[in-house]
Design a protein around this ligand. Structure first.
Ligand code: SF4
Length: 205
């Protein structure tokens, strides 16, 4: 989508803002590799906050220099093998069994059957972490995105009750949507700049 937008707008220096439905480690990495800065809201997965009251991913700190995770008991989880899950690749970081078994925090960390703790880190996690930092650094951007992008959806769906297409087949639906977008843009321009200014702009262009 960023590539399409850059091509349409003839601008390679676009910054992207998106809601959590678009959050994807692979796509964040792909955007970085293409030189796009994107900031995507992050979904609150249970694994990050911890299941059953146990420590979650957010309680473990990644030390990029040493390539280890540091747990709440200040022990390290060292890099092991890799694993594929649902077409995604992760690196496994594992604490030593001896350390976990002797740990006073083990009841708050290990699931009932586990003898040691593991963390799965996506191979694209560095991009996810940079995105997380951008979210922290620029909290106003997410609000700005909402006020720009959610306005058309609210207008179409709630004000105009356009909750489904009247036509069938993709080209006809595209035509129908283009008319909706044209109406929206026209109405929005009228509201923002007023009739006289819009007419004078149209006359000049
Ligand atoms: S159980 Fe293991 S990973 Fe968890 S806090 Fe203790 S030493 Fe760290």
């Amino acid at each position: 989508m960023m590539s399409d937008a850059a091509e349409t707008l003839c601008n390679d220096e676009l910054k992207g803002l998106a809601d959590s439905g678009y959050h994807s480690a692979e796509q964040l990495d792909a955007c970085e590799q293409k030189g796009f800065e994107v900031t995507v809201a992050e979904p609150q997965h249970a694994s990050r906050k911890g299941r059953g009251g146990r420590f979650g991913r957010d309680d473990f700190n990644y030390d990029a220099e040493a390539d280890v995770y540091v747990c709440p008991a200040d022990k390290t989880l060292k890099r092991g093998g890799t694993i594929r899950n649902k077409n995604k690749q992760y690196v496994i970081y594992r604490a030593s069994t001896a350390q976990c078994q002797a740990c006073p925090l083990s009841k708050r960390c290990l699931s009932p059957k586990a003898r040691s703790r593991t963390i799965h880190r996506s191979i694209h996690e560095a991009s996810v972490e940079r995105n997380r930092q951008r979210l922290k650094d620029h909290p106003a951007q997410a609000r700005e995105r909402g006020s720009i992008v959610e306005h058309p959806f609210g207008t179409f769906k709630h004000n105009w009750q356009m909750r489904h297409f009247m036509m069938r087949t993709l080209p006809k639906c595209q035509g129908e949507f283009s008319l909706m977008a044209l109406s929206y843009n026209f109405k929005r321009a009228l509201n923002l700049v007023g009739f006289e200014a819009l007419m004078s702009y149209c006359a000049q262009n």
